[in-house]
Write a protein of this length. Sequence first.
Length: 206
Amino acid sequence: MLSIAVFASGRGSNFQALAEAISKKNIEAKIVVVISNNSNAGALALAQAFHIPALHLSQKQFPSQEAFTNAVLSALESHGADFVVLAGYMKKIDPAIIRRYRNNIINVHPALLPAFGGQGMYGRHVHEAVIAERARVSGATVHIVDEEFDHGLILLQESIPVEESDTPDTLAEKVLRIEHRILPRAVELFARKKITVENGKVLIDE
């Protein structure tokens, strides 16, 4: 059974979608801790409602990046996490954490990567960029996290048309529904050991 740590910076709707899928026994996994860099994150309150340990860990609390990273690694280890899900986490993951959990950290991104990804491309900024570029399709992506922003191997994607009447807000709402589907689906595939990473490629045995 996967023991999952969820990292989230905001209200935590993707975390909630995952937690509800697990609680319905749709996924053989357990969320063992939720970590947020934002003390006011809704995800922390949600975690408490689900009776899941919730931790506020911010780099601002520590004298150095190394001390912060060590605190995060210690928290992951003390809660027995062997898999990490980034569910609206707005900070770049330190390379030391990526090395420790190589190919076992995934992120959900509100666009069809590699389009509209990279530094600064998060939340509403993504949907504003999609509208500004007059893109005809958008969607969401779940990918493996590596040392670069929004760069790792793609696991799942789902697309929707961008309508002429769409605004960043309406597009965000539609894309979020996709995120709520494909993030639990990706975790389910990992839990069932249906995903293998070999020679820089993802193999999915459904």
